[in-house]
Design a protein around this ligand. Structure first.
Ligand code: CP3
Length: 352
């Protein structure tokens, strides 16, 4: 393992006391950055994802330009369904489109658990190259979608506010649903293990649609599969679970032994801490839309967030991905305020 110049994120995830909270932003690479938009004019989404040199450049932009304390590899959660044999398209201004989604047991025969070396080697190449280019500056985060969130796209075939077709699939064909979730889980375990071998210091599992499920359904359809992934890797790498909206299961998620839990802005840090228990590190939870506020408001609200989390066992982040219409100066103000105020408040005896 390389020695890192800035290992705040790793220390925060291990529960160590840190000078200040580390800061990064979900979906920090791309979308709102002018250099990304330039590459977008020249190369398609999957060209950007599958060309290690491009993915590496995009991954490093926010480290150099915004000053975040971690890099997250530029890729997408949907590369896993693609590797399992489903066609995935990305339609400009509309999002993901899977023309032949899974609807029944016949469809399930079309997909398989792939050899990740063969199908997803470009991700491992990108991680290796990024690790080299970062040269120990900040840690590198690898990631995967949670099985439930991937099932949502694989069954619904596109984005949705409710993912009701995906839910209907689970409620009407539960055995098939669990079979699919297990196939995704088995693929994901191989996938994230290879990401670690290729240099990922942390693995984050994105369950973006976990909060669409009732607490009971989350415990049935999502948590057991996230748990399998965490059990398979937690001894070899630091792990974060971000299950948006699934605050009701913070205690159960902490019980998996994950090092960090992401929370969104619909729960207070105090409530999340009470539910998650004292030891796990919490990550979040700035409302991404609040980055559209005037900069002085952003600064004030970031300070409040840091105070509310109380200084330790906290990774400053947004409560979901950064929005494409956020001005770069606002993203910078978010990161700079965490850095300045975080240091100030840990040095101020009134705050400790
Ligand atoms: O920091 C980063 O941007 C790292 C790379 C990253 C992307 N997607 C790149 C991307 C990560 C971590 C993701 C995760 C992802 N992808 C999630 C989980 C996180 C979340 O936001 O909930 C989900 C649900 C997806 C699926 C997905 N991919 C959607 C819904 C879309 C279209 C809408 C959008 O986000 O713009 C994508 C496409 C996508 N993935 C883009 C990027 C930069 C935009 C496409 C483009 O730039 O052409």
């Amino acid at each position: 393992m390389t020695n890192l110049e800035n290992d705040l994120l790793l220390r925060a995830l291990k529960g160590e006391n840190v000078e200040r909270a580390p800061v990064w932003m979900m979906r920090q690479a791309g979308r709102y950055l002018p250099d990304y938009m330039k590459l977008k004019e020249k190369y398609s989404f999957f060209e950007r994802v599958q060309t290690p040199e491009l993915a590496t450049a995009i991954t490093i932009h926010p480290v150099d330009q915004i000053g975040v304390d971690a890099a997250i590899i530029f890729s997408d959660i949907l590369v896993v369904p693609q590797a399992m044999g489903l066609e995935v398209q990305l339609i400009e201004n509309k999002g993901p489109f899977l023309p032949d989604p899974i609807k029944n047991s016949e469809d399930l025969k079309r997909i398989h658990i792939p050899d990740v070396h063969e199908k997803l080697n470009y991700v491992f190449e990108a991680l290796r190259l990024t690790k080299k280019e970062l040269n120990g500056k900040v840690p590198l985060i690898g990631f995967a979608g949670a099985p439930w969130t991937l099932l949502c796209y694989m069954v619904e075939g596109k984005g949705s506010k409710t993912f009701d077709q995906a839910k209907a699939f689970c409620y009407t064909q539960p055995e098939l649903a669990h079979q699919l979730l297990q196939m995704i889980t088995d693929t994901t375990i191989q996938y994230v293990k290879q990401q670690v071998k290729a240099g990922a210091d942390v693995i984050q599992i994105f369950d973006s649609w976990g909060g669409l499920l009732s607490p009971d359904d989350f415990k049935n359809l999502s948590l057991p599969y996230i748990n399998q992934i965490i059990q398979a890797i937690k001894e070899e790498v630091l792990t974060i679970i971000f299950a948006k909206g699934a605050w009701h299961s913070l205690a159960a998620m902490a019980a998996t032994g994950a090092h960090g839990l992401g929370i969104d802005w619909c729960i207070t840090p105090a409530m999340a801490r009470q539910l998650a228990g004292p030891s796990v590190t919490l990550q979040g939870n700035f409302d991404p839309a609040k980055l559209l506020s005037p900069i002085p408001v952003i600064r004030k609200e970031v300070k409040k967030m840091l105070d509310d989390f109380g200084g330790h066992h906290h990774i400053a982040n947004l409560g979901h991905g950064i929005l494409p219409n956020v001005p770069v100066a606002h993203a910078k103000a978010f990161v700079e305020t965490v850095k300045e105020y975080g240091l100030q408040r840990t040095m101020d005896p009134l705050h400790s």
